[in-house]
Design a protein around this ligand. Structure first.
Ligand SMILES: O=C[C@H](O)[C@H](O)[C@H](O)COP(=O)(O)O
Length: 274
């Protein structure tokens, strides 16, 4: 029997994401947390699920990185805060689109990169959670949609050719999904440009060049920010990459196999998300 979330069977990929999140929270939940950042995307819901099992969580202030994580915090019954009131963040848990061997990463596939970068910057530790498809040697190896770049709407037409001059292959304004005519508008009222640069050998250099363009609000390349990244695999193992070089794989026997997963979640008294 597969583990279930609200009566719905979880796919192997969702199970892998969930395992990575539970492991990441267990290893990085501070002894006396005051402020915790919650990233955006489909993976961080399992972070919140695990956080709800931690003692004292009701006293912690949670900072969202966008509309979606704000909703997640509120509907989970957790305390919501703003970064201007709580700039000292103990740890931030967030997803990613791709992470390389040096723990540089691409984020913004869900258009939330600016607030993610702000909360990640404020956090003493930025911990990434993902499934193993995001774990690469070099940025651009697996993530083919390009580097997400948040731009001021009035500047996007002038930024596109400048990105081409920097080596971007056919940068594009991100358009809304069905149900939204026109471009994606971020939580900050801006546009997103997706610019592919192929394999990114020097993420820091590329980040600096893009960030200097007039009208660029933030770039979805996160350099030298991540403390640790947890990648769940479908076999139940979790690969851990750390900034201190302590990279290792936690085998399935420790993390749990598919059939053991239900029991582990039940034992943890995890509160199901609504
Ligand atoms: O803008 C979105 C964020 O950077 C997400 O954290 C990233 O796209 C990963 O999302 P997911 O966990 O859904 O793969």
């Amino acid at each position: 029997m597969e583990p279930k979330e609200n009566g719905i069977e979880l796919s192997p990929v969702e199970m892998a994401k969930r395992m990575a999140c539970h492991m990441a929270v267990d290893e990085n939940y501070p002894k006396h947390p005051k402020v915790i950042g919650i990233g955006s995307g489909s993976t961080v819901i399992y972070v919140v699920e695990r956080l709800l099992t931690k003692p004292g969580v009701e006293n912690v202030v949670f900072l969202p990185t966008g509309f979606q994580s704000k909703e997640l915090i509120v509907t989970s019954g957790l305390r919501l805060g703003d970064p201007d009131c709580y700039p000292d963040v103990d740890v931030c848990f967030d997803g990613a689109d791709e992470v390389d061997d040096s723990l540089q990463c691409i984020k913004g596939g869900g258009a939330c990169l600016f607030q993610e970068k702000l909360i990640g910057f404020l956090a003493k530790r930025l911990v990434i959670v993902a499934d193993s498809r995001k774990n690469s040697h070099m940025l651009g190896e697996y993530w083919k949609k390009g580097v997400p770049i948040e731009v001021m709407p009035m500047a996007y037409t002038s930024i596109l050719p400048q990105l081409v001059a920097l080596g971007a292959l056919d940068p594009k304004l991100r358009m809304g999904a069905p149900g939204k005519a026109g471009p994606v508008v971020t939580d900050n009222g801006n546009f997103i440009i997706d610019a592919s640069f192929g394999l990114i050998k020097n993420p820091e250099g590329l980040f600096e060049k893009i960030k200097l363009l007039v009208g660029v609000v933030e770039v979805g390349i996160f350099c030298n920010m991540i403390s640790a990244a947890y990648f769940g695999s479908q076999d139940g193992s979790v690969t851990v990459k750390k900034s201190n070089g302590d990279n290792h794989i936690i085998p399935p026997k420790i993390t749990a196999t598919a059939t053991e997963f239900d029991a582990i979640v039940a034992e943890s008294n995890a509160t199901p998300l609504k």
